[in-house]
Design a protein around this ligand. Structure first.
Ligand code: ZN
Length: 169
């Protein structure tokens, strides 16, 4: 998120002040302090019968490249609920979201943030690509398009998929 020039609450021009350990935008009129929070994104490694579910991205960044189903957490959402919503939107599947596999820096260079990679397990729904997805497919780990992946973190995915061979819960 860029720095605000004007107060988002009252429209007054913000001043720069040293507050709570660093310089922040401060509104002299209403007292608003601009805390620049990191974006929170969530994604899922979905493995079933030895196959991993990947989507081909239909939106920037990295259109046309493959990724795990993922998306941003809304302001009033918890991460697991956000992930279940994103997976339903992108793949048509209903899932149960399990444990966190790993935590990464957000791959989108236009935003500072955190990416939580979870396990998720399908419990219903029907596989169907959503509006912002070009394609959704199950892959055997050895035939997946690993050289056409949108984001880093591939080593974690591969380590998770390969050591004991197609690990499932
Ligand atoms: Zn203000």
């Amino acid at each position: 998120m860029n720095e605000f020039t004007f107060c988002p609450q009252c429209g007054q021009r913000l001043e720069r002040r040293h507050l709570f350990g660093r310089e922040r935008g401060h509104c002299p009129s209403c007292g608003f302090i601009h805390f620049r929070d990191p974006k929170l994104a969530v994604g899922a490694l979905i493995v079933q019968e030895g196959r991993v579910l990947l989507i081909r991205r239909g939106v920037a960044p990295r259109i046309g490249f493959w990724a795990v189903p993922s998306g941003f957490v809304e302001y009033d959402e918890q991460p697991r609920a956000a992930l279940a919503r994103e997976i339903a939107e992108e793949t048509g599947l209903e899932v149960e979201v399990g444990r966190v596999i790993d935590v990464f820096p957000l791959a989108d260079p236009t935003k500072n943030g955190v990416f939580l990679l979870f396990e998720a397990h399908p419990i219903g729904g029907r596989l169907q690509p959503g509006d912002d997805v070009l394609e959704v497919r199950w892959f055997q780990p050895e035939e997946a398009p690993w050289d056409e992946m949108a984001f880093d973190g591939l080593d974690t995915l591969l380590a998770y998929l390969t050591p004991s061979g197609n690990r499932e819960r």
